[in-house]
Design a protein around this ligand. Structure first.
Ligand code: NAP
Length: 302
């Protein structure tokens, strides 16, 4: 068997075309164009690239972007106050804080300062809770991109055995929850999972987000499985690879995503998608029943 390669660039481009049309429709109705604020603290080289790509993607579809840069020694309070200002700014519909933040920062405090209505990355407790209980406002971009890829390829999720390798708050856990919402049977593996292969071999759909090159070898994959590689690893020679032994696994799987050109381009497209959705909700004055004071006190208690 030779797997069909899922072309993330092509699917992401389709979503961007859809985004462009939605922005045009909003503007034609006399609305303010969607606005995304991107906050970058410090000068981590990878973060610089990610922020540049996000700003470029916004320009590409007509989203107004606002890039806010702070030196690495900025106080957390200054960033919190800036987010509070952006929460009140009617021209901003999405606020994103590029991670990682300097070690002195309390990431949870920063993420929970972002208004739930503008949390386009989907990292606020309310949005995370929505994945568990239903009613998600913004699905987190990378797992959302994976679901869109599966839907685009018409790969059924309901009733399938899905194994997610990686259990981070940003990728693995929300991925598992989203697929549970789609009625898959989901197992989550992590660094302390004993004998990873005994789980991965059972997967109809295997999603890998561990950040370990060649973690998944052909003998760990069931013939005909769908394999989605979220990992991005830079090897010493500069090559970019995922977590899956692509050539070996492609000979066994039914579908596979490449790295680069698989999940990566989808993440940025889903950020645009969420930002436009936020602007549309704003225009339609759709309110989200959010117990803000409850969430603030919960965060403060932690
Ligand atoms: P992370 O926070 O470092 O989490 C990695 C997860 O993988 C953890 O749950 C860890 O387990 C688990 N893990 C590590 N080694 C493992 C092993 N040998 N066997 C099984 N599980 C193992 O990373 P992340 O932010 O989730 O990102 C994961 C990968 O996806 C990275 O390569 C990252 O660059 C990539 N990524 C790609 C995109 C995209 O747009 N394509 C977006 C985000 C991230 P423990 O919990 O036990 O430590």
């Amino acid at each position: 068997m030779t797997a069909i390669t899922i072309d993330g660039n092509a699917v992401a481009a389709k979503i961007r075309n859809e985004c462009r049309e939605r922005v045009k429709r909003l503007v034609a109705r006399g609305a303010t164009p969607p606005g995304l604020a991107v906050i970058l603290v410090g000068s981590d080289p990878a973060s610089e690239v990610y922020v540049r790509n996000k700003i470029r993607a916004c320009n590409d579809v007509g989203i107004r972007s606002l890039e806010l840069r702070f030196p690495p020694d900025v106080s957390q309070q200054v960033v919190v106050e800036k987010i509070e200002d952006l929460n009140q700014d009617p021209s901003i519909h999405g606020i994103l804080v590029q991670l990682p933040l300097p070690p002195s920062f309390d990431i949870a405090k920063i993420l929970h300062t972002i208004s739930v209505e503008k949390d386009v990355d989907g990292f606020h407790l309310y949005n995370v809770g929505g994945l568990v209980a239903g009613g998600t406002v913004f699905p987190p971009c990378t797992p959302y991109g994976v679901v869109k890829l599966l839907e685009h390829e018409r790969i059924p999720i309901e009733g399938k055995n899905v194994v997610v390798v990686g259990a981070s708050n940003i990728v693995g856990k929300p991925m598992a929850l989203m697929l549970m919402q789609h009625e898959a049977t989901v197992s989550i593996c992590h660094a302390k999972t004993r004998d990873l292969a005994q789980f991965t071999i059972l997967a109809d759909i295997l999603i890998v987000a561990a950040g370990r090159p060649r973690l998944i070898l052909p003998e760990m994959v069931r013939t005909g499985a769908v394999v989605i590689d979220v990992g991005i690893n830079r090897l010493k020679d500069g090559t970019l690879v995922g977590d899956v032994d692509y050539a070996g696994v492609a000979a066994k799987a039914s579908y596979i995503t490449p790295v680069p050109g698989g999940v990566g381009p989808m993440t940025v497209s889903m950020l645009l998608y969420n930002t436009i959705g936020s602007c549309e909700r704003w225009q339609q004055q759709v309110t989200i029943p959010i117990p803000t004071s409850g969430i603030s006190s919960l965060v403060a208690a932690n």
